[in-house]
Design a protein around this ligand. Structure first.
Ligand SMILES: *[C@@H]1O[C@H](CO)[C@@H](O)[C@H](O)[C@H]1NC(C)=O
Length: 844
């Protein structure tokens, strides 16, 4: 703790005349941030802080204000981001802070919205980001070893960290300077690594902590997943649940830096999602156990544009099932259900920050956590941990019905305003509406065996990252194989078999310029073996191996030493001599594609070659460049490209890469229905099995001109470009699914203000996007309907007028509100049965 922090902690703890004078002297003008066992204090005020991760390079500066506003509207106090070193220092000493990497602009926008910032400088980020955020050149600093007690690494880390801190200070962005940054992070999830490395890891932790603290930011530092974080640094928790966590010192607050809202998608994997009920449950559980800072990782996941995805095999979409979807639209009901949770928690804030809860068992699987302040505030959390059954509990003088795996929040210790398993917010089904299809394409065939000036030849096989320095995904390995006329296979025998062992990640094999086959690994095992009969002829044959990196690793012990590319052995079997080892013969290398060296993706570069058009356009051919020009569609809905009929490659819009696509890689896994109740993990709730892991690729609106936009596709494998479709993302329908008597915060406020004395029923709120109207009622039932938004079904009890009510109140409106009362639906259809309302309306 810096002197100011120590004094501020005293300010918060004691009421001594001298100290009070000192406190008013310190807090004059600029803010202060300190902490104690209970919470982070900002300007002397203990806070329950709700934070969310938005990584600035995963969206565009034009998207930032809207994302930040939606985060604020969703009840967030803080935006958390990593700092992405490899984006900021692409070459040693050459810094970049423009466009998507304009860190200062991003932080100032957060400040403008009135939110705080938690800046995770790292500079190790992990984040499923290429190379974990490290620049690839860092690997080639002599004598370097990453993230351990290594002088060259520490020097580089200190230089970059200092650069960022100084930049923040110069812009007056720390809270102590009147700025929004209230917390900073050094390193990232280093605990498990330190455990593996032993003494050098421990020494590195001590060094990193001291280095950071000595930078004198005036705000606390944190280290996540680092049980031995040295004082005054706060160790914090990352996970799906963190209620079990305690910081390493009694005077540090309990903080959750990554509450995982979902999980990342990998090419070849299904798309994970996390039910809103379980996410809300985990957060309420953390708060009831005394937690005071929670950060959603991710609040907006966004997109791995360009070649920023790590892994390898991390998909271009980093949607993460976050409350704001990849495109920046509200993911409902998750966004709304968390917003309601945050409002309920904030109502409890005075009691929550006052001390530890009193915990009382209410049954075998049920507990009450009660917080009280000296000023008389009382807040209670009633939990039912049972995964299968409801629980009826008594608390105070009342009875409460708790759904399975849920927590009810009572900001006055009497009335429930929120239950984590009872969603009051609307759900939304999204759709991708085609706006433009049948582009008129031109094509250009990439060289398959290039021997230009920039090829070089060595004996043996080279490691890929060492050779490309990651300036491109592609590396050609080419060698000659002589076949004599005496070979037996030429007279009707089996084709010789080529075997190629590669460290990954994908490989296309060309024999005399013809694609002969493809092999690829996966996130779990990036290595691959190609083993296939190949068509060789008498004389000299060219074997060309196009090795492709699909993102560099971002996690694991010394991930920087992991290899990629064809490391061999490479052999040919089925010849008269038996097996011929090709590993150590002469190989020619070419880094990258011809089209890349000509910048075919750019406006200027694309005119440097002759493209063919009309009936000459090559379809379903490997290594083909396609280009077309199109006008931007009207409207402001987010746009994407449907690449479903393409296989694998990259796409650019006006020279900007919208990322790697790989529609050919289908998701394998178990996509059975999943129940919100019970412990969640990243394999529990999956979708897209049997389909492409990622079908749609986000095109930021701001990358388009009104007319004449250049769209360039490089297809490695073969696909049909004529089915590439430009789509817009919009709300297809919205649903409400509400129990009669379901508690709501609005009703509690009406009642506690004394304006209303009788119990109030909840209301169904349905709202299409601005610019849309409710066009029809797809489903409506007050009674005992079943299913979920998108597939509701009538149950045995159904009020006769269910549809009429919504026809009358909602059709033709952008939004509507209907109270969940039997009278409005023509009377109670089944007295003494707990009823609910399920409704789905179509937006168009
Ligand atoms: C790649 O380069 C690094 C650093 O120069 C070196 O230590 C390593 O041995 C190289 N790897 C291979 C497989 O050549």
């Amino acid at each position: 703790m810096g002197l100011v922090n120590i004094i501020m902690t005293m300010c918060n703890s004691f009421f001594l005349v001298g100290v009070v004078l000192l406190c008013s002297w310190i807090s004059r003008g600029n803010g202060s941030v300190s902490y104690d066992s209970k919470a982070i204090s900002v300007n002397g005020q203990k806070r329950i802080l709700i934070s969310g991760s938005i990584h600035y390079p995963r969206s565009t500066p034009e998207m930032w204000p809207d994302l930040i506003n939606k985060a604020k509207e969703g009840g967030l106090d803080v935006i958390q981001t990593y700092v992405f070193w490899n984006g900021h220092e692409p070459e040693p000493g050459k810094y970049y802070f423009e466009e998507r990497y304009d860190l200062v602009k991003f932080i100032k926008l957060v400040q403008k919205a009135g939110l705080y910032v938690n800046l995770r400088i790292g500079p190790y980020a992990c984040a499923e980001w290429n190379f974990g955020g490290f620049p690839v050149w860092l690997k080639y600093v002599p004598g370097i070893s990453f993230r351990t007690n290594n002088e060259p690494f520490k020097a580089a880390m200190q230089k970059f960290t200092t650069k960022i801190v100084n930049m923040m200070k110069a812009e007056r962005l720390y809270e102590t300077q009147g700025g929004p940054i209230i917390l900073s992070q050094i390193e990232n999830e280093y605990g498990p690594m330190e455990y593996e490395l032993g003494a050098p890891g421990k020494a590195y932790t001590e060094w990193a902590a001291k280095m950071a603290v000595d930078l004198g930011t005036g705000v606390p530092w944190i280290m996540c997943k680092q049980d031995d974080a040295p004082d005054p640094i706060i160790n914090t928790c990352n996970g799906f649940y963190c209620d079990y966590f305690s910081p390493n010192k009694a005077y540090k607050p309990k903080m959750w830096t990554e509450a995982w809202t979902g999980w990342f998608t990998e090419f070849g994997g299904p798309v994970p999602y996390r039910p809103a009920e379980d996410l809300a449950f985990s957060v309420a559980k953390f708060i009831q156990k005394g937690g005071s800072f929670i950060n959603y990782y991710m609040y907006h996941g966004g997109t791995n544009f360009g070649r920023t995805a790590g892994g390898p095999f991390i998909a271009t979409s980093y949607d993460y099932d976050a409350p704001l979807d990849e495109y920046g639209l509200l993911r409902q009901p998750k966004w709304g259900h968390l917003k309601d949770l945050h409002r309920a928690i904030k109502l409890c804030e005075p009691a929550l920050v006052s001390g530890d809860p009193v915990v009382t068992p209410l049954g075998n699987y049920q507990e009450a956590h009660v917080f009280k302040s000296r000023a008389g505030a009382c807040a209670a959390f009633l939990a039912n941990y049972n995964q299968r059954s409801f629980a009826k509990v008594s608390f105070g003088s009342m009875h409460y019905n708790l759904p399975p795996w849920s927590i009810s929040i009572l900001p006055d210790c009497k009335n429930t305003v929120y239950n984590t398993a009872r969603i009051g917010a609307q759900s939304a089904q999204m759709k991708m509406t085609p706006v433009r299809k049948g582009f008129s394409w031109q094509s250009y065939n990439e060289e398959t065996t290039s021997y230009g000036d920039d090829t070089f030849t060595v004996a043996g096989l080279l490691e890929q990252v060492n050779t490309t320095r990651d300036h491109t995904d592609y590396l050609w390995y080419t060698t000659d194989v002589k076949i004599g006329p005496w070979e037996g296979f030429l007279r009707g025998g089996n084709m010789p078999v080529l075997t190629v062992l590669s460290a990954g990640h994908a490989l296309h094999v060309f024999i005399n310029g013809q694609l002969s086959g493809t092999a690829y690994g996966s996130l779990e095992n990036p290595r691959l073996t190609f083993k296939q009969g190949v068509n060789l002829r008498i004389g000299v044959n060219k074997i060309s191996l196009l090795s492709i990196a699909v993102g560099l690793p971002n996690i694991g012990p010394h991930f920087e030493t992991w290899n990629a590319g064809v490391l061999g052995p490479v052999s040919l079997s089925g010849l008269n001599e038996g097996k011929r080892d090709l590993t150590w013969q002469k190989w020619s290398y070419k880094v990258g594609l011809k089209g890349e060296s000509l910048s075919l993706h750019s406006l200027s570069g694309s005119s440097s070659v002759e493209w063919v058009e009309g009936s000459y356009v090559t379809e379903r051919q490997p290594l083909t460049w396609y280009k077309t020009v199109f006008n931007a569609p009207n409207g402001d809905e987010p746009l994407a490209l449907d690449m479903n009929t393409m296989s694998k490659g990259q796409v650019w819009i006006n020279g900007q890469s919208i990322g790697r696509y790989w529609n050919q890689y289908k998701a394998t896994g178990n996509c059975d229905a999943c129940n919100y109740a019970g412990w969640f993990n990243e394999k529990k709730c999956l979708k897209n099995c049997g389909e492409a892991s990622q079908r749609w690729y986000h095109i930021p609106r701001s990358w388009l001109y009104p007319t004449g936009n250049l769209l360039v596709v490089f297809e490695e494998w073969g696909g049909n470009p004529y089915d590439i479709t430009l789509v817009k993302r919009e709300v297809a329908s919205v649903c409400s699914d509400i129990y009669e008597w379901q508690p709501t915060l609005v009703n509690w406020q009406l009642q506690s203000s004394g304006k209303v004395t009788k119990p109030l029923r909840p209301k169904a709120h349905l709202s299409c996007d601005s610019g849309q109207k409710i066009s029809s009622i797809k489903f409506a039932s007050f009674g005992t309907p079943e299913g979920a938004c998108g597939n509701f079904r009538q149950g045995s009890c159904h009020a006769f007028h269910s549809y009429d009510v919504f026809e009358r109140y909602c059709v033709g409106q952008q939004s509507c509100t209907v109270p969940v009362t039997p009278e409005i639906f023509g009377g109670d259809p089944c007295p003494n049965v707990m009823k609910k309302l399920s409704v789905e309306v179509v937006c168009s």
